[in-house]
Design a protein around this ligand. Structure first.
Ligand code: AP5
Ligand code: ZN
Ligand code: ZN
Length: 216
């Protein structure tokens, strides 16, 4: 199965995708996580991406398509994948279609994490992440066992530099202007499933499972 998760910042994509990945052994590609790793490592890609990310703007299609193209070559991504945070522009969606066409495969489902903007500020400002894995927690909605510490590795949690009220505003603007049209693009293909992303993590998980890919 090939799945795409689309939704605004804080809608729960990163929270649900490890579950999808673990349960169905799909390859999980999150462009935000890959870009943050590149920024932290100060690679040429990271240096180019940092300015846009800090401002809450989108990184150029060329850079992002390049990392996805590279990552999809992994053997584990041949049978299926879950894309979190990509594609985010109609241009990216078209480039992805071209890439998949060459392999003779198609996207099965696009999960639309539909949610009202007003809910997102509290989710974003309360988020703490484990940088190496991308695992996210929330001080109120999904607290770690020990405050400030990752449950799995016991390493310290950090807050993302773009998780401020001001940067959230431009991330939301980018979502509405550039990413909403991507949802329309897939609606026309008849493969979008709309989720109630404002519900609890457990309830959203149950909705996601209705679109379960066949485990292998
Ligand atoms: P990216 O990392 O993709 O960030 P984003 O899209 O803004 O999404 P978030 O990670 O903020 O939200 P999420 O839906 O994963 O929320 P989460 O599950 O963690 O991108 C970052 C930047 O990279 C972009 O701004 C851009 O610059 C660049 N970029 C990335 N991809 C790009 C692309 N394709 N093209 C161009 N540029 C790109 O949940 C949030 C919080 O809420 C957590 O604390 C969580 O615990 C909590 N929570 C989750 N679900 C629930 C629930 N149901 N109820 C209550 N709390 C919940
Ligand atoms: Zn995320
Ligand atoms: Zn709803």
């Amino acid at each position: 199965k090939r799945l795409i998760l689309i939704g605004p910042p804080g809608s729960g994509k990163g929270t649900q995708s490890p579950m999808i990945k673990d349960e169905y052994c799909l390859c999980h590609l999150a462009t935000g996580d890959m870009l943050r790793a590149a920024v932290a490592a100060k690679t040429p890609l990271g240096v180019k991406a940092k300015e846009a990310m800090d401002k809450g703007e989108l990184v150029s299609d060329e850079l992002v398509v390049g990392i996805i193209d590279e990552a999809m070559k992994k053997p584990s991504c041949r049978k299926g994948f879950v894309l979190d945070g990509f594609p985010r522009t109609v241009g990216q969606a078209q480039m992805l279609d071209e890439m998949l066409e060459k392999q003779g495969v198609k996207i099965d489902k696009v999960l639309d994490f539909a949610i009202d903007d007003v809910i997102l500020e509290e989710r974003i400002t309360g988020r703490w992440i484990h940088a190496a894995s991308g695992r996210s927690y929330h001080t109120k909605f999904a607290p770690p066992k020990v405050p400030g510490i990752d449950d799995v590795t016991e390493e310290p949690l950090i807050q993302r530099k773009d998780d401020t009220v001001a940067v959230l505003r431009s991330r939301l603007e980018a979502f509405h202007k550039q990413t909403k049209p991507v949802i329309d693009y897939y609606w026309k293909k008849g493969i979008v499933a709309k989720l109630h992303a404002e519900k609890s993590p457990k309830e959203v998980k149950d909705e996601v499972q209705k679109f379960r890919p066949n485990a292998h």
